[in-house]
Design a protein around this ligand. Sequence first.
Ligand SMILES: *Cc1c(COP(=O)(O)O)cnc(C)c1O
Length: 427
Amino acid sequence: MLYQRSSALFDEAYKYIPGGVNSPVRAFKSVGGVPVFMKSAKGAYLTDADDNQYLDYINSWGPAILGHTHPEVLEAIKKQAERGFSYGTPTELETEIAKYIVENVPNIDQIRMVSSGTEACMSAIRLARGFTGRNKFIKFEGCYHGHSDSFLIKAGSGAATFGNPSSPGVTSGTAQDTLNARYNDIEQVEDLFRHNEGEIAAVIIEPVAGNMGCVLPENNFLQKLRTLCDKHGALLIFDEVMTGFRLAFGGAQELFDVKADLVTFGKVIGGGLPVGAFAGRNEIMDHLAPKGAVYQAGTLSGNPLAMRAGLTTLQIIKNDKNFYENINKTTEILDFEIGKILNSKSIEHRINRKGAMMSIFFHINSVSNFDDASNANHALFNNFFHQLLAQGIYLPPSGYETWFISDAIKQKEIDKTLEVINNFKYS
Ligand SMILES: *Cc1c(COP(=O)(O)O)cnc(C)c1O
């Protein structure tokens, strides 16, 4: 494939946009090489600036769960656009989507719309703090909850110590209130609760982690967190920005039958437009402004174009009785068949999968936390990524990311993927 125009566009972008991109992972720093600039997308495929076509396993990092530019969603956006892009006033449409989500997702009475997953998680933590009157919270290494200061904290030296800022610009004062534990390590969480008795407002987790590659909760980890939170009077926050409407319509709460106190959403909920949301029971959500004292606001929150794209996407999913069965089956076939091919080439690997999320770790051992994910052979992943890209398969450009399977990926796309992976040369 030729990337002449992409290369030229990247050089130009580099002059005016920091690093040439508006979100770091797009720059291909992890896998090396020059990022590919896209100009259009339809169904399972992306087309780049040089007119190369790719079968897409990123799907805008999750939102394009129906495949790109679904005709019904496109029509709904066009119709709304005719009536105006944004009013800064309440609309009936906002109640329509709120009611629809509240009625179809377990354990939530009210939902507040925002414009990104970052905003949703940042606001959920503020609300948890306001509700409990406590400052600290626990998160897990390798989970991502957006880029707000409190989340950009890496683990300290021991389970009972404070974290350290992982980005310049985040203060050590902020870091003091963020505690880190290893994913799937319930004892570390118990230790943190013991050493910070009465100070922990919440535990926030990706119920299936997707930001260190795909990592599943093991040994009833989520149920155990629920029990610990109840015991210590802390809120359990499920960050379902990735898993919401993907693992099931009711997300991980429905799939694992574990109740969260607050749930955050993003990605699929906006159908490709910028939307996030957070939701919970009345007793908690009533603390938000203007009813309560915890402040949160947004000029474009509940934006009508975004709400229409989101609601239409959710309705299409909900009205298709076999939706989850189909995308899960596609993912399962990819898992088994790719596994067979890699085994036939004697390439050590692990494929983690839940629902329509999966990722390959080139690792001899199972991958249950961030350390395991880091110990995988990322150089080999990078080689794998580039060989696939050159043959028209677009994977997330990092071994720490999850593949998002869309409903537009059918047998033809599966066959093409397997054919390309069959050509993979371990060098
Ligand atoms: C993507 C993501 C976020 C951040 O969402 P943005 O819309 O990028 O701000 C938060 N949490 C999880 C689990 C995510 O995958």
